[in-house]
Design a protein around this ligand. Structure first.
Ligand code: 6GU
Length: 222
């Protein structure tokens, strides 16, 4: 898979894909990630990429031209174009699964107060990562890229993600985990996990996961 990320702040990505699982996925050629400063596509003599909104109002709006030209330059018949905006549809694990099947993603990081709505005509998907406002699409691009790359074949062991608490079917929070020591500052590991009865352990984990989900995310159980 190839992922092209269009941003005005390429330095924000310094280091993020250079550690751990994503780094290894890049080294093993499971994914190629390009960070592209889309200001280079502007035809404006002063390198402008944004302008004041028609009708007035606060802030600046990303103009069509640099984004249209960048997408024209990068797009192939296999590309999916994603625009990151707090006004997008909610990003979910299901979308990560679907996008992990694609060959080429072009991810556009919005910034400032918004973008010229005509940009919507050249994107396949407008996505938000949650109900809060960030300064731009860069952090969402990192989150989305991370969630997709870990699902690519050969990046992590498959068992690790078929049991993900948000995988396609289950939609329930993860059960609590413990490791050594058995007792720490008076806090004990639940007895059931220590005696090797895997039927009991599975049952306990399932119950704890449901209990947690009821408390923290009752919306997932509906
Ligand atoms: Cl995709 N962009 C911005 N600026 N804020 C967000 C977001 C995206 N998703 C949640 N908040």
């Amino acid at each position: 898979m190839r992922i092209d990320i269009l941003t005005l702040f390429p330095n924000m990505f310094n280091g993020v894909f250079e550690e751990s699982i994503i780094k290894r996925a890049i080294e093993n050629k499971k994914v190629e990630i390009n960070i592209i400063d889309f200001r280079k596509y502007t035809t404006d003599p002063h390198n402008k990429v944004d302008d004041e909104p028609f009708g007035g109002g606060a802030g600046m709006v990303l103009m069509c031209q640099p984004i249209f030209d960048a997408v024209k330059d990068l797009k192939t018949k296999d590309s999916k174009v994603i625009l990151l905006t707090p006004s997008g549809i909610p990003y979910k694990q299901k979308m990560a699964f679907d996008l992990s099947k694609e060959k080429h993603l072009i991810i556009i990081c919005g910034h400032y107060e918004g973008f010229d709505d005509r940009i919507s005509t050249i994107v396949d998907l407008e996505v938000s990562i949650g109900d809060y406002v960030l300064t731009g699409g860069e952090v969402p691009a990192m989150a989305i890229t991370d969630s997709i790359v870990r699902l690519l074949p050969g990046v992590i062991r498959e068992e690790s993600f078929i049991e993900d608490s948000f995988s396609k079917e289950s939609y329930i929070l993860d059960y609590p985990s413990y490791t050594h020591p058995r007792e720490y500052e008076g806090l004990k590991v639940p007895e059931v996990l220590l005696n090797g009865d895997h039927k009991k352990i599975d049952e306990w984990r399932r119950n704890e996961a449901i209990k947690r989900t009821k408390e923290r995310r009752p919306d997932l159980l509906k």
